[in-house]
Design a protein around this ligand. Structure first.
Ligand code: NAG
Ligand code: NAG
Length: 556
C-alpha cells in the first residue's frame, strides 16, 4: 500500500504510516462496509485508532447523504423538467455543449468519490475506474464506463506535472511539520500585519459598491516616507481567483511585486474582490447566508472593479492608473473594459499576468470536470452547492486531489482546493514557503465564479454567467448569455503567460492576443516549468517577471 507522506500536521506520523495501521484501516473499512449505513461506524473507528485519518468515515456518512440527495433530485427534476414550449425555441448548434436545462439528470447511483474506494477490491457500488492514480467509483448507471473520459480530463494536466522524488516528498513533509511547530509569523499574518512587519506605511480603505458590498483596499506608502505620495503614479493590483491582496505581499520585500513597485516610486493599491477574506460585508446580506454569494465574475467586473478604480483615482487625485491583474484579476478587467469603454480614459496601460479569458484548452481537471460538456457535470454541479466555493474533502480528492497526492504525496497540499485547481510547481518554490501559501489560499470565492470559468471550457467563448436557458432569457433577453467582445477593449495591454500554466493555456492566450486591438507586448516567460501560481510565488518571479514589468512601465 502506498504510504501517505505529509499527513496532517497534528497527526502522529508513525501511527499513520505503520503497516499495522494499514491493516487496521482495511479491517475498519470492511467493518464500515458491512455496517454500511450504521452510524455506529463512527464510534467503532474511534476506538480502533483515534489518530486515523477521518476520510473513510466521512465517506460512509456521505454515501447515505448522496443517495438521499439523488432521490430528492430525481423527484424535483420531474417537476421542473423543461416545458415543451421552450424546447422548440431552443436552437443551438451543439446541444452537447449546453448545460443542464436540456439534459436529463443521469441516474447515477454511485458515489463519485474515490475516497470510498481507496481499499481497492471492496467496492460497494461497482467497478473502480482508474487511470494513473486517479480513481473514480462507478455504479451500474454511471456515465463513465472506461478510462477514456478520465484520461481526456486529466491528460493535459499530467503532462505538465513535475515528478517529485521521494527525497523531496520527505522535505515537503518536513517543512509542514516544522511550520506548525515554529508558528512562523508569515503563516498567519494578514496584509496589514505583513506591511507593518516590513515597515511599509499603508492605508486601509473601505469602498461600498453600488450593489451594497463593502470592499477593502490597501494602499502602500513609500517606505522612506520621503516621496510625497501625490507625486507617485497610481498602480492598481488585482489578485487572482480564490486569492486576496496577501498574494502580492507574501514573498516579502525585494521579492513580491507590491513592495518592488513601491520601492520603484509608485503609489500601490491592492484590491480585494467581494467574498474574499477582506471583503465579507454587505449592507443587508450576511456572509453566512447563501444570498451573499450570488455573484459571478460579472458582478466583480461590473460593480467591484469600477468602485475600486474610481475610489483609488479620486483618493490619489489622479486621472489615470496602471492596472496589473493576475489570473481572474485580468478576466474582470477585460470584462469591464468590454462593457464600459469609458474606463479606457482611466487606464495608462494594463498588464495581464496569466490572463484567463478563453478556457478552451484549460488543463485544470477541476474546471474540465465541472464544465457543462463534461460527463461529470450533473453530479458535480449539485455537489458544489450555490454559495461559497467550499468543496468537500472528497470532492477535492476526486477533481485532482488524488492525482496530486499520487505525484506529490502531501495531503496538506493536495487537500487545498487552490493548489488542486491551479496546479503547483513545487520545484519553482522554496519548500519553506509552501505552507505560507497554503495558509493564505484559498481566500474565498463564490461557486458561480468557478462555474463561469467551467462554462467557458464548454462554450469556447468569454460570456456572461450562464443561468440556464429560461433564466438567461429573462435576464439577458436571449437564451445564451452575451459575449464580452475583446476587440472592444481598446487600451494598451501587455500579456505575460507561460507554457505550462494550468489555467491560462498558451493557445487561449494567443487567441486573446489576436482579438485585442492594442497589445504592446506578448511575452512568454522563458522558463520551462512556470505555473499559474508562479507568477506570484515562484522564487524566480522577481527576476523573470517583475523586473521586466517594472522596466516596461517606465515607457508609458
Ligand atoms: C489583521 O489582523 C490584525 C490582528 O488580528 C487585525 O487587528 C487587523 O484588523 C487585520 N487586518 C485586516 C485588514 O483584516
Ligand atoms: C465585436 O466588436 C467588433 C468591433 O466593434 C465587431 O466587428 C464584432 O462583430 C463584434 N463581435 C461580436 C462577437 O459581437
Amino acid at each position: 500500500m502506498r504510504k501517505n507522506d505529509c499527513i496532517k500536521w497534528q497527526v502522529n506520523q508513525q501511527t499513520v504510516q505503520s503497516t499495522q495501521t494499514s491493516t487496521m484501516r482495511a479491517v475498519y473499512v470492511l467493518l464500515c462496509l458491512a455496517l454500511a449505513r450504521d452510524s455506529s461506524c463512527n464510534i467503532v473507528r474511534h476506538q480502533l485508532n483515534p489518530h486515523m485519518d477521518t476520510l473513510d468515515v466521512n465517506t460512509m456518512d456521505y454515501v447515505d447523504h448522496r443517495q438521499h440527495q439523488t432521490e430528492k433530485e430525481m423527484k424535483s427534476t420531474q417537476h421542473t423538467s423543461t416545458s415543451q414550449e421552450s424546447k422548440e425555441h431552443y436552437n443551438y448548434d451543439d446541444i452537447s455543449d449546453y448545460p443542464s436545462a436540456y439534459r436529463t439528470v443521469k441516474n447515477w447511483n454511485a458515489p463519485l468519490f474515490s475516497t470510498v474506494i481507496t481499499q481497492g477490491d471492496q467496492v460497494p457500488y461497482g467497478d473502480v475506474i482508474e487511470w494513473r492514480g486517479v480513481k473514480i467509483a462507478a455504479g451500474p448507471n454511471s456515465p463513465v464506463s472506461d478510462t477514456k473520459e478520465i484520461e481526456r480530463i486529466f491528460r493535459d494536466a499530467y503532462k505538465t506535472v513535475q515528478h517529485v522524488s521521494e527525497e523531496d516528498k520527505k522535505k515537503i513533509h518536513d517543512v509542514f511539520q516544522q511550520a506548525i511547530v515554529s508558528h512562523e509569523a508569515d503563516l498567519v499574518y494578514n496584509a496589514t500585519q505583513l506591511l507593518k512587519l516590513h515597515k511599509y506605511g499603508f492605508e486601509e480603505h473601505v469602498v461600498k459598491t453600488d450593489d451594497g458590498y463593502y470592499l477593502t483596499l490597501f494602499r502602500i506608502k513609500s517606505k522612506q516616507d520621503t516621496l510625497d505620495v501625490k507625486q507617485r503614479p497610481v498602480v492598481f493590483l488585482m489578485h487572482g481567483v480564490l486569492g486576496s491582496a496577501d498574494d502580492w505581499l507574501l514573498m516579502g520585500p525585494e521579492h513580491s511585486l507590491a513592495y518592488l513597485l513601491s520601492d520603484a516610486g509608485y503609489d500601490v493599491w491592492l484590491g480585494n474582490t467581494r467574498g474574499n477574506k477582506y471583503s465579507r460585508h454587505h449592507a443587508s446580506k450576511h456572509v453566512h447566508h447563501p444570498d451573499f454569494w450570488q455573484f459571478s465574475i460579472d458582478e466583480i467586473a461590473l460593480h467591484d472593479l469600477p468602485a475600486m478604480l474610481d475610489y483609488a483615482l479620486k483618493t490619489a487625485e489622479q486621472t489615470k492608473l496602471t492596472y496589473i491583474g493576475h489570473s481572474q484579476g485580468s478576466t474582470v478587467f477585460f470584462a469591464l473594459l468590454a462593457s464600459k469603454p469609458e474606463y479606457k480614459e482611466k487606464i495608462t496601460i494594463m498588464y495581464a499576468l496569466a490572463p484567463m479569458v478563453y478556457m478552451t484548452n484549460v488543463r485544470s481537471p477541476l474546471l474540465r470536470m465541472t464544465a457543462p460538456s463534461s460527463q461529470f457535470y450533473e453530479r458535480l454541479f449539485s455537489e458544489l452547492g450555490h454559495g461559497q466555493f467550499q468543496p468537500s474533502k472528497e470532492l477535492i480528492h476526486t477533481v485532482g486531489g488524488n492525482m496530486c497526492e499520487w505525484e506529490i504525496g502531501c495531503k496538506h497540499i493536495c487537500s487545498n482546493v487552490h493548489f488542486v485547481m491551479a496546479g503547483i510547481d513545487t520545484a519553482g518554490m522554496d519548500y519553506d514557503f509552501i505552507p505560507v501559501i497554503a495558509s493564505h489560499l484559498p481566500a474565498g470565492a463564490s461557486t458561480r465564479q468557478i462555474l463561469q470559468y467551467a462554462q467557458g471550457v464548454a462554450s469556447h467563448e468569454f460570456r456572461k454567467f450562464d443561468y440556464g436557458l429560461d433564466i438567461n432569457k429573462k435576464i439577458y433577453g436571449h437564451h445564451q448569455p452575451p459575449q464580452y467582445n475583446m476587440t472592444e477593449v481598446n487600451v494598451p495591454v501587455v500579456l505575460y503567460y507561460s507554457e505550462e500554466d494550468w489555467l491560462a493555456h498558451p493557445r487561449d492566450v494567443e487567441r486573446l492576443h489576436k482579438e485585442l486591438p492594442n497589445v504592446k507586448e506578448f511575452y512568454q516567460i522563458p522558463e520551462e516549468h512556470f505555473s499559474h501560481m508562479d507568477f506570484q510565488f515562484s522564487k524566480r518571479a522577481p527576476e523573470l517577471v517583475y523586473k521586466r514589468l517594472i522596466e516596461s512601465m517606465k515607457n508609458y
